[in-house]
Design a protein around this ligand. Structure first.
Ligand SMILES: [Zn+2]
Length: 209
């Protein structure tokens, strides 16, 4: 497995390209925008895009999904169905944040808690982690001890819960049940900011200690 992070949009959202080095197939996680830049990087990497994975439907994570999926005819997996109202509001979100117009999309596959997704020969567990948004999911690769947590958890912080249908207690519960149950040496890539690991957050994160 190889991972390339491409910060996109004015919010510097960490769009990831996950590459299966055995098959050269790639998944794009949370293509929030700047689709031309993402495509250019895919081209430079010489990988074969296989699918798009979405943690949640906030614009900085999902705004470029429709354009990217059309460009390569890619299936879209995620988020969980409770985020459908955020997908319907993508156009509103782009006006609110003065982003380029973002198009609605229809996931090829809505994800559910305990589903599995694959990229080439790589496999990821899906955990439903509501709180930041009601349909937020995270992707866990146990072999490489790496997690894509979207806006659930950050180095030293947690996701905002002041958006429609956000809920602080639900978010804390999601983190406790799905992330803090993992070993200390599992690293995670957040939607914003640096990489961290579960042990460091367990020790130091004031929101979850
Ligand atoms: Zn978000």
């Amino acid at each position: 497995m190889k991972v390339e992070v491409i910060p996109v949009t004015p919010f510097q959202q960490n769009c990831s390209v996950i590459i299966c080095t055995e098959t050269n197939k790639a998944a794009i996680v949370d293509p929030g925008g700047e689709v031309d830049r993402i495509c250019q990087r895919l081209d430079e990497l010489g990988v074969e895009p296989e699918k798009i994975l979405i943690t949640h439907a906030h614009i900085d994570h999902a705004g470029g999904t429709k354009d990217l999926s059309e460009k390569f005819d890619l299936p879209i997996e995620g988020p969980e169905k409770e985020d459908s109202f955020w997908i319907e509001k993508l156009s509103d979100q782009s006006r609110m944040f003065q982003f380029p117009e973002a198009k609605q999309f229809e996931p090829t596959r809505w994800l559910q808690h305990e589903d599995k997704v694959s990229v080439g020969n790589l496999e990821f567990d899906v955990k439903h982690c509501p709180g930041h948004t009601p349909g937020h999911v995270v992707f866990i690769n146990h072999k490489h001890k790496l997690i894509w947590v979207g806006d659930v958890l950050f180095r030293g912080s947690i996701g905002r819960t002041d958006f429609p249908r956000g809920d602080h207690a639900t978010l804390i519960n999601s983190i406790r049940e799905n992330l803090l149950t993992l070993p200390d040496d599992y690293q995670f890539i957040s939607g914003h900011g640096p990489v961290s690991n579960i042990g460091f957050e367990r020790q130091t994160n004031p929101y979850i200690r």
